[in-house]
Design a protein around this ligand. Structure first.
Ligand SMILES: Cc1cc2nc3c(=O)[nH]c(=O)nc-3n(C[C@H](O)[C@H](O)[C@H](O)COP(=O)(O)OP(=O)(O)OC[C@H]3O[C@@H](n4cnc5c(N)ncnc54)[C@H](O)[C@@H]3O)c2cc1C
Length: 415
């Protein structure tokens, strides 16, 4: 008889676990508290801009192997768009300088010896400092490991780590920074091609996963929030959904793929990350000018990255906590002035806009918070944890969320 796997939370961690487990041997049921799947990675129709947008721009890299495997499996890999080579155009708003970082495909970083492909004003030797991060002690911060100043820092390390760790880099864990560098810069350009879900996060990552799951007999129950669990000595006995209690059979399992604060409220005594950082996104409804790159790094402004989508330019500000209380229109105007300069649209008036502020976008990637991340297993043999905040070794990213879902699914399969 097929056993039932209850997956709590339809974010990418829950969906990736479901995609792994939806086989004829398992009955998979995904329970999601809200009315939509996707969690922090979602699309919605926005009345202000009059179009469907994503809650936030999400960048994947060609080296995100678990994410790409997931997309391949759900038949959606082709929906990711990016340049054929690892190229990152940048603009410095202070002096209007523009340049493009161009990595070599292979692991050998020949680009650092080419002044036209490296950060302007740097020397090849400067790049050795990146190696210090790779061997840093897990107890150290980035700030204790490398100097937080200089052209290499401001032109490459800061934008890379700010985006990947979602924290002011000197405060970030050197261990998590090293994981990012190991899987990107140190892996060569083939791992660093930027990839964007041009048609939106939901049509690329979420809806195809739901179709895949439903096509294999899985059930997706939206607006079905887990309220509590009944624990026995070694296993979870029942799930309480308020209007319904589900008793678990001996072979059944639960994968709790909810954010850390939700997991802590459901499992007494669970230590989880409890400090967060925000991400702010600004969306502008405007036809992008010809030649606008898919993604542009911006230095010395509020804007950090500008993403180009059909009919829209969107800006990401990571570790954007200082902007959480800023008046929305003022913020939109400040960011628009930078976008107009970057996209050479100097006289363009403020187009229809939206500001989306995700307060708890990711856990704070500090040494102390990283220590609070639990593994996938728990004291109860049929209860597994998943989520970008579990101990994946990576910062909170799509790749980490999917790897955590895969790991929880593996443990369920081994049982
Ligand atoms: C604005 C923004 C920009 C980002 N940019 C990037 C990026 O560029 N690249 C990148 O790799 N990552 C990025 N991330 C991070 C990425 O979105 C997350 O790492 C990933 O989506 C986390 O997935 P998850 O499944 O672990 O958690 P979540 O997406 O939080 O999913 C958890 C789900 O559980 C549900 N839930 C909660 N409680 C219950 C309950 N009691 N019962 C049932 N369901 C429940 C929630 O509603 C939610 O759907 C960004 C995040 C944000 C917010």
């Amino acid at each position: 008889m097929a056993r039932t796997i209850h997956i709590i939370g339809a974010g990418l961690a829950g969906l990736s676990a479901g995609v792994r487990l939806a086989t004829p041997h398992n009955r998979v049921i995904v329970h999601e508290a809200t009315a939509f799947a996707g969690g922090r990675c979602r699309s919605y129709h926005d009345a202000s801009v009059g179009m469907t947008i994503d809650n936030g721009n999400h960048l994947l890299l060609s080296g995100n192997r678990a994410a790409l495997d997931f997309l391949r499996k759900i038949g959606s890999e082709r929906r990711l768009i990016g340049p054929t080579a690892a190229e990152f155009p940048f603009l410095d708003l202070k002096n209007r300088a523009r340049w493009t970082l161009r990595f070599d495909d292979g692991r050998l970083p020949l680009w650092i010896f080419d002044s036209k492909r490296r950060v302007p004003g740097t020397r090849a030797l400067d790049y050795l400092s990146v190696a210090r991060l790779l061997w840093a002690s897990p107890d150290k911060t980035v700030g204790e490991t490398i100097a937080g100043k200089g052209r290499l820092y401001s032109g490459l390390i800061e934008p890379l780590l700010l985006a990947a760790l979602n924290i002011d880099p000197p405060q970030g864990s050197a261990k998590l920074a090293a994981a990012v560098i190991r899987e990107t810069l140190a892996a060569g350009g083939r791992a660093c091609r930027p990839l964007i879900a041009r048609d939106g996060l939901a049509p690329t990552l979420i809806e195809p996963a739901l179709d895949y799951l439903r096509g294999r007999g899985a059930e997706i129950r939206l607006e079905h929030q887990l309220r509590g669990m009944r624990f026995a000595a070694q296993r979870v006995e029942a799930l309480d959904f308020g209007d319904e209690t589900v008793t678990l059979g001996d072979m059944d399992a639960v994968i709790l793929a909810v954010p850390p604060y939700a997991a802590a409220s459901l499992v007494a005594g669970l230590t989880v990350p409890n400090e967060f950082r925000a991400i702010v996104n600004a969306h502008f409804r405007i036809e992008p000018p010809a030649g606008q790159p898919p993604i542009l790094g911006v230095l010395n402004g509020t804007t950090q990255w500008i993403f180009t989508f059909p009919g829209r330019l969107s800006v990401t500000v990571s570790a954007g906590d200082a902007l959480l209380d800023a008046p929305r229109e003022q913020l939109a105007r400040t960011i628009w002035a930078e976008v107009a300069q970057a996209a050479t649209l100097p006289a363009a008036p403020l187009p229809p806009w939206q500001i989306v502020r995700e307060r708890r976008a990711t856990f704070a990637a500090t040494v102390e918070q990283d220590r609070r991340r639990p593994g996938a297993g728990t004291a109860w043999r049929n209860l597994l944890l998943a989520g970008d905040w579990t101990d994946t070794g990576l910062p909170a990213t799509i790749e980490g969320a999917i790897r955590s879902g895969n790991r929880a699914a593996e443990l369920v399969s081994e049982q």
